[in-house]
Design a protein around this ligand. Structure first.
Ligand SMILES: [Zn+2]
Length: 67
């Protein structure tokens, strides 16, 4: 019983590792970059947001980000 539990733990642990790698590779692709602490207004609606995303149109607030 103890051996079976260890095997299950090792198997799930390995699966989690490969999933993390895949997610990291995907987040590296899009051209949208999070810019925290920027004092610029949103380039689309001119809202003053604490978090802006950098896109082809400039820095936009979360409401204007096109994912
Ligand atoms: Zn906006």
């Amino acid at each position: 019983m103890k051996r079976a539990t260890l095997d299950d733990f090792a198997a799930s642990s390995g699966a989690d590792g490969s999933e993390d790698r895949q997610t990291a590779a995907e987040t590296d692709g899009p051209a949208v970059t999070l810019a925290v602490g920027s004092d610029r207004p949103c380039a689309t609606c001119s809202a003053d947001a604490t978090r802006l995303w950098r896109t082809d149109d400039g820095f936009v607030c979360p409401d204007c980000v096109e994912w």
